[in-house]
Design a protein. Structure first.
Length: 267
């Protein structure tokens, strides 16, 4: 069997590998094939391209092509109904995982959506900091972080979650951040889905799903996780806030995902 891991905006493939490889193998076995591609303009995917290249359907199609190649190389056969995938996405990765399903780009039978940040709106309030960061990177490079600290969009996040504010500032020090700034400007403009009927369609297709949220996370509001879970008719697993310790949240996340995967594999 194969599990696909998808990272968040500004991160790279190491993020979900570090967080999720152990829980996946604990619940699915050591022979589970784990694939974790870099999204365009992230990690080892060096090409940036044009604004249109960051439309969610194009990003998902690129991921699907990479996954098909890697599964074929590893197993000798392309993923199909007899070799379906589990997909686990973090933040932006949740939106991409959903798009892979909605566009029938890969045969997926299980999906875990961790701290979803995208919904049926373009550039919702919780994502408005990212285009600001992107433009500051274009104008001033990493030094733009100082100006960003003075912006109200940063201060609102910092007042609710120091850990969330630190996460936003890390975008300025990400590898090759200025050259890749377009990703921060364009990706938050995408909608993960158009209406709740699209989410409801997963259950009708026999695709089992889990949503994981965390309180006091202004970039990944609990309300969005609740929206996803309700429309999907999926369980909502909650982990501790990042401000109570990233290591503790990571531990809880691993436990929640491993338990759900173990149960899902028994059905």
């Amino acid at each position: 069997m194969t599990t696909l891991l998808l990272h968040g905006l500004g991160a790279d493939r190491r993020q979900p590998i570090d967080l999720l490889s152990s829980p996946v193998r604990a619940s699915c076995g050591d022979d589970e094939l784990i694939i974790a591609p870099d999204v365009r303009a992230h990690g080892g995917f060096l090409e940036v391209g044009t604004p249109a290249d960051f439309e969610i359907d194009r990003l998902a199609a690129e991921i699907a092509a990479t996954v098909r190649d890697q599964v074929t190389d590893a197993t000798g056969g392309a993923p199909d109904a007899s070799n379906p995938l589990t997909v686990i996405g973090i933040s932006m990765g949740s939106a991409l995982a959903l798009r892979l399903i909605l566009d029938d780009l890969l045969p997926i039978e299980r999906a875990v959506f961790i701290r979803p940040a995208f919904d049926d709106r373009s550039l919702p309030d919780n994502l408005r900091a990212f285009p600001v960061i992107g433009q500051l990177l274009i104008d001033a490079g990493p030094a733009g972080a100082e100006e960003f600290r003075e912006r109200s969009v940063f201060q609102r996040v910092a007042s609710e979650s120091p850990a969330g504010a630190k996460g936003l500032l890390s975008q300025f020090t990400a590898p090759d951040a200025a050259r890749r700034a377009m990703r921060l400007v364009e990706i938050p403009r995408n909608r993960a889905f158009h209406d709740d009927a699209e989410l409801a369609g997963l259950e009708a297709r026999g695709i089992r799903s889990l949503v994981v949220g965390a309180p006091r996370d202004p970039v990944h509001p609990t309300a969005i996780a609740e929206h996803w879970a309700g429309a999907l008719s999926a369980p909502l697993g909650m982990v501790s806030p990042r401000d109570e310790g990233q290591a503790h949240q990571n531990m809880m996340l691993g436990q929640v995902v491993a338990r759900w995967l173990h149960r899902a594999r028994q059905i």
